[in-house]
Design a protein around this ligand. Structure first.
Ligand code: SF4
Length: 261
């Protein structure tokens, strides 16, 4: 049986339920994809639901102030994502009549929308036969085809995007991409993949070669920087002094107490 057929069968039974799935509005898919970058689904769900109540469509988001947007994002991290969403909404509201463009070249010009997000929006929201490649898909394809190339190198990226494209089932790219996301998040885990439960175990090259734990091959990560901060809270007659951080850099645009680094 073809890889896609097997996977789609599994997805119809075990696919995760999420509030943006089957949502009629491409805007919802866009918001969810941006929120899901580097963030777990369980964390995203309450933020997504609150966001869609506050900013139910692109014109409403475009008309909101940056403060309102950052307040709704507060706690989700990587605040440049929220600022880019806001900037992109303003462009869509003025240039594209409030609707996300279906032209993928135009879509790609919007702030915060890279190749991965274009593929996700095109396949899930616009039902186009477009591949995508997030961290989950990268891991799953690296294992299915036992790719020994660095997955985060230009050569590795080329191979993996090629595999994502060549396996796409016509007319079902959105479900296929989401099925791979779910498989990566629940079965083909970064550590200790659950191969015994995997629907693709019979076609998986890494499983055959026992290299699952060695795939994907990634370059060594940069050391996480450590900072020591001293903080003082200034309170006067019940009021707290809060400054706004510069737009660029860590927690850009957010409020914080005055601190000395
Ligand atoms: S068999 Fe194992 S390594 Fe291969 S895709 Fe499935 S879970 Fe991942």
């Amino acid at each position: 049986m073809k890889l896609a057929t097997t996977l789609l069968k599994w997805y119809s039974k075990y696919g995760r339920t999420m509030p943006w799935r089957d949502h009629p509005d491409p805007y919802a898919v866009w918001v969810s994809e941006i929120m899901l970058q580097q963030t777990r689904v369980e964390t995203v769900i309450p933020y997504f639901e609150k966001w869609m109540k506050l900013f139910p469509d692109i014109p409403t988001l475009a008309a909101a102030s940056e403060r309102e947007v950052l307040n709704a994002w507060e706690g989700l991290g990587y605040y440049s994502r929220a600022r880019n969403l806001h900037k992109a909404a303003k462009i869509v509201a003025t240039k594209f009549n409030g609707q996300l463009p279906r032209d993928l070249t135009e879509l790609r010009t919007l702030p915060g929308i890279g190749r991965y997000t274009v593929g996700a929006i095109a396949s899930i929201a616009f039902k186009m036969d477009e591949p995508t490649l997030d961290g989950n898909l990268r891991r799953v394809f690296s294992r299915l085809y036992d790719v020994a190339e660095f997955a985060d190198s230009p050569a590795g990226e080329k191979i993996l995007w090629g595999l994502a494209a060549q396996n796409l089932p016509k007319g079902k790219a959105g479900d296929f991409n989401q099925a791979l996301m779910d498989l990566g998040a629940t079965i083909c885990l970064p550590k200790n993949p659950r191969c015994l439960l995997c629907p693709l175990t019979r076609v998986c090259k890494a499983r055959e070669n026992e290299t699952q734990e060695l795939r994907p091959v990634l370059k060594a990560k940069k050391k996480v920087p450590q900072y020591i901060h001293a903080a003082a809270v200034i309170v006067e007659r019940g009021r707290v002094l809060i400054s706004q951080r510069p737009a660029d850099g860590l927690l850009g645009g957010c409020g914080n107490f005055r601190t000395q680094g």
